[in-house]
Ligand binder design. Structure first.
Ligand code: NOJ
Length: 564
């Protein structure tokens, strides 16, 4: 195991252990299209990211995860990759990516990039070669090209696409006539699924991993990590929930991750994986985290958890128990580029509606209780950063950005919106560009004021400029929390002990579990009345300062705190 290293940077102290940094890292997700635009075309780019890396170092995160930056027609926000070893021109060049990786490292930031092995773009060389050949050819064998039912007139089975409609599109001949063969796409038609039984597909990805590892990438976020292997013979789904379809979580997928792990281990220090693993049970989930498979996976149970103390306690307990069975750290995540912003989700709940966690239309006619939504978003973040394991912060979460609910249909880009006639596909609302400054058009996102999605007129007040130095802002709360988390050996990796009783509406836990000095108490009050937390000192609070009481402090509702 590599030695602990203490790096000093702008007065911040970072204690990293190069081999196991991913066990406790706070990882900031950048959606490149929406973070910072340097060339003024209204799309974020790598040059923009490079100019703002200092912001992240000062924020105090340990690593960045970049959503796909590869060459792509952007049919699904870059999750439709045309070339895994080149950068899309809207983002820059390969040289920009290399410079970005080096500069991030100089600032003490690890770099994780997205990889999308389940499918390619229809513009990928593999698919273009398939289209230029006959069904049944070796080029088509890299995809799932299957003879249709009813003499070829209907799709081979009843599988549906996660973005709406059938999961099969007809393969056409050179004259545009149906061939009777169909290709599989679990997502958009422009994202054909790869056939992982094909050795060339496997090799292509192993080479791609090495290509980026050789350029210094510290790890990969693996898109759709449960989807690569489809049930043999393409059986009918038999209806039911789409997330149980026989194209998810097939046993053969684990061998792929074992092979990838071996490649990660070829490098020094070993590189790390975080999987996008949506599965039905904890048992199935931890199978992906066995010591020879993926290092970590997103904890979507945490993301889906409502603002409810017993539900959250249950998620924390089950997550730690499950991860512990395979000696993996748990992860924590409240936001990403696929789900509505947490401020709005919690605000909807406070207004009596449940905001679906992904993809579907927001409940009509419900106005979120924004004040409570923001208070809970702040509390949720502080509580999360006090839990054992690694945590994800999605760009703008540190500013408390709300979901943009009123984007007009004509600007929406989510392919599911088009495929379902507006019934689903609402992911653009969390992808609206970052506001950096108070005044300018597009609030400093772009020098020309352009932005690929319109930004709400009042976002200047949520900008980085407006929040920096304001002790009451969510940005300063995040910075304080990250600074303290780095200095407190009890936070990050490790264990916890519960102080609150199972049915308490105020969760209180101790880090570490054992009664030691030093320790930190992590508390969140999800009840309706102030709760007394026994402690001698408040280290940090997400809301109004807890008032001193007998032997402790009164934590207001919708508030989290770190105490001693
Ligand atoms: C999950 C990604 O997070 C999402 O944005 C994408 O649309 C699908 N996978 C398909 O790649």
């Amino acid at each position: 195991m590599a030695k602990r290293r203490i790096a000093r940077l702008d007065g911040r102290v970072s204690i990293t252990n190069d081999a196991t940094w991913w066990r406790s890292a706070v990882i900031y997700q950048i959606y490149p299209k929406s973070w910072a635009d340097a060339d003024g075309d209204g799309f974020g780019d790598l040059a923009g990211i490079r100019t703002r890396l200092g912001y992240l170092a000062r924020l105090g995160v340990d690593a960045i995860w970049l959503s796909p930056w590869y060459r792509s027609p952007q049919a699904d926000g870059g999750y439709d990759v045309a070339d895994f070893r080149d950068i899309d021109p809207i983002f820059g060049t390969l040289a920009d990516a290399e410079a970005l990786i080096d500069e991030a490292h100089d600032l003490g930031l690890k770099v994780i990039v997205d990889i999308v092995p389940n499918h390619t773009s229809d513009q990928h060389r593999f698919f273009q070669e398939a289209l230029a050949s006959e069904p049944g050819s070796p080029a088509w064998d890299r995809y799932h090209c299957v003879r249709g039912a009813d003499g070829g007139a209907s799709p081979p089975n009843d599988w549906t696409s996660a973005f709406g409609g059938p999961a099969w599109d007809p393969v056409l001949d050179a004259d545009g006539q149906p061939t009777g063969w169909w290709y599989l796409h679990v997502f958009d038609s422009a994202q054909p699924d790869l056939n992982w039984d094909n050795p060339e597909v496997r090799e292509e990805f192993l080479d791609t991993l090495r290509f980026w590892f050789d350029r210094g990438v510290d790890g990969f976020r693996i898109d759709v990590a449960t989807g690569l292997v489809k049930a043999e013979g393409y059986p009918h789904s038999g209806g039911g929930e789409e997330d149980r379809y026989p194209y998810w979580d097939q046993p053969g997928v684990h061998e792929i991750w074992r092979e990838w792990r071996r490649v990660a281990n070829e490098h020094q220090p070993p590189r790390a994986f975080v999987g996008e693993v949506w599965v039905g049970s904890q048992e199935a989930f931890v199978a992906y985290l066995r010591p020879d498979e993926l290092h970590t996976a997103f904890n979507f149970d945490h993301l889906k958890c409502p603002w409810d103390a017993s539900a959250l306690r249950g998620v924390v307990e089950r997550s730690l128990h499950a991860a512990g069975q395979v000696s993996a750290p748990s992860t924590w995540v409240l936001e990403n580029h696929d789900v509505p912003r947490v401020r709005t989700r919690y605000g909807m709940e406070a207004a009596g509606a449940r905001m679906p966690h992904a993809n579907t239309a927001p409940p009509p006619d419900v106005v979120p209780d924004d004040a409570r939504g923001l208070a809970r978003a702040r509390a949720g973040l502080l509580f999360m950063l006090g839990l054992p394991g690694s945590a994800y912060v999605y760009q703008g979460q540190e500013l408390g950005l709300p979901e943009v609910l009123d984007l007009p249909a004509e600007v929406r880009q989510d392919p599911a919106f088009r495929r379902t006639g507006g019934a689903e596909g609402y992911r653009d609302g969390c992808r609206v560009p970052m506001p950096w400054t108070r005044q300018d058009h597009s609030f400093g996102f772009s020098p020309t004021g352009a932005s690929w999605l319109p930004m709400p007129a009042d976002w200047g007040e949520l900008s980085v400029e407006a929040q920096l130095g304001d002790p009451g802002s969510m940005l300063e709360l995040t910075r304080d929390a990250l600074r303290i988390r780095r200095r407190e050996p009890a936070l990050g990796d490790g264990d916890l002990g519960w102080i609150s009783e199972p049915d308490d509406p105020c969760l209180v836990l101790r880090r570490p579990a054992e009664e030691t000095d030093p320790h930190v108490l992590v508390a969140v009050n999800m009840g309706e009345a102030p709760a007394l937390v026994e402690a001698t000192e408040v280290v940090l609070s997400s809301g109004r300062d807890p008032a001193p009481g007998r032997g402790g402090f009164w934590l207001p509702p919708d508030t989290a705190a770190w105490l001693r």
